[in-house]
Write a protein that binds this ligand. Structure first.
Ligand code: PLP
Length: 396
């Protein structure tokens, strides 16, 4: 069958592939520890569930405006104004079914065929997919462990120049801090250098901040707060990770009002609107008490500390401590096998499902990604099993 060229390079997300492989083993009776999928293991908080159920009973079952219910847009704008210490109006907020629409639709609205978009590698696999669907040139920016997986301004400027020399205007840069898959948080001084480049070379910044409330040592600064950046920044954020609401499908983007209008048109024609009762639950999530979010972060921190210490105690494994999100990204290059091979080996020999670093781009080679939004008991068992399997591999 013939398909359009814009779909030629689309691939499934690595996590779904691994989930399917793990499922096959489970069907044969194997017990698998699932560290491959990136979602909280906690249920959605009770007061949010109650608000959603009540909303259905109260008749919030009809279409809403495409950009979201006015009350939710207003609530998000108020919350963001406080968080960023900026004046953000409801007209700048666009609500969508999940955070992904706040990545995909601004990209479609801004990027012309042939224009370049620079994105982090390793990084979330939706980035190159959406750039290619928009007809843009997907330009991976390598993030290196020796630079704590931060975007390096010098390397970024070189890449911008090289792309422009080869005739590709750089239209947008994607940032993701805290990062999936590395958990790294970009510090403010690095963001300042990046903001300067965005101004000098006149490009947009799409800042994916979906993990910004899940940080451990420091909070994650946002590039939108830097002088002159509000008019060229799109923030992608949502409820999935912070409020354990992955299946509710609720996210939002914050952007200049004229871009928000275009994104609203794309939403109108692509999805119509976001589920109305889900939006009511979103208002409760932001306006209600935040103590459960803080408790989850504390629990993730305990699990992170145990997991990272366990991984670093395995001969041949080296792992930075993530400052945000809930992923460990250990370096396993010393075993001399590909990440893909290692992930498959660990699944088959010890029943631990995790992802190869290459599920996040070519520069993920030599790494694995483990999600620690899982019980302490499972994490300890997983480390023990990985330890044994890797010792066996080294001895072979
Ligand atoms: N951005 C990043 C970095 C993510 O890891 C994810 C989900 O895994 C998303 C965006 C998408 O979030 P949602 O499920 O709300 O669409």
């Amino acid at each position: 069958m013939e398909f359009s060229s814009r779909t030629h390079n689309l691939k499934p997300e690595g996590a779904y592939h691994m989930l399917a492989l793990a499922g096959q083993l489970e069907a044969q009776g194997r017990e698998i520890i699932h560290l491959e999928i990136g979602q909280p293991d906690f249920p959605t908080f009770e007061h949010i569930v109650e608000a959603g159920v009540r909303a259905i009973q109260d008749g919030y079952t009809r279409y809403t405006p495409a950009a979201g219910m006015p009350l939710l847009r207003q609530t998000i704008a108020q919350d963001a104004s406080k968080r960023y210490n900026l004046e953000i109006t409801p007209e700048q907020v666009v609500v969508g079914p999940g955070a992904k629409p706040a990545l995909f639709f601004p990209t479609l609205a801004l990027v012309n065929p042939g224009e370049a978009v620079i994105y982090p590698d390793p990084g979330f696999p939706t980035y190159p997919a959406m750039i290619e669907v928009a007809g843009g040139v997907a330009a991976p920016l390598p993030l290196l462990e020796e630079h704590r997986f931060w975007v390096e301004a010098i390397a970024l400027e070189e890449q911008v120049r090289a792309l422009e020399r080869s005739g590709h205007k750089v239209r947008m840069l994607i940032l993701n801090s805290p990062s999936n898959p590395t958990g790294s948080v970009i510090p403010k001084d690095v963001l300042q250098d990046i903001a300067q480049l965005a101004t000098d070379y006149d490009f947009w910044v799409l800042s994916d901040e979906i993990y910004s409330r899940l940080t451990y040592e420091t909070s994650a600064p946002s590039i939108v707060t830097l002088p002159g950046m509000q008019s060229r920044t799109i923030i992608c954020d949502g409820f999935s990770k912070t409020y354990a609401m992955t299946g509710w499908r609720l996210g939002f983007g914050i952007m200049p009002p004229n871009l928000a209008e275009k994104v609203e048109l794309l939403l109108t024609h692509a999805v119509g609107c976001t589920a109305s009762f889900t939006q009511v639950a979103g208002v409760e999530a932001l306006r209600g008490a935040q103590d459960q979010v803080h408790r989850c972060v504390e629990e993730y921190r305990r699990r992170r500390d145990r997991l990272i210490a366990g991984l670093n105690a395995i001969p041949g494994v080296r792992c930075l401590s993530p400052e945000g999100a809930f992923y460990a990204f250990p370096n396993i290059a010393s075993f001399g096998r590909s990440s893909e091979w290692m992930a498959q080996y660990l699944l088959e020999t010890c029943g631990v499902a995790l992802l190869p670093g290459t599920a996040f781009g070519a520069h993920g080679e030599g790494y694995l990604r483990l999600c620690f939004a899982n019980s302490m008991e499972n994490l300890e068992k997983a480390v023990e099993r990985i330890d044994q399997a890797l010792r066996k591999l080294s001895a072979a």
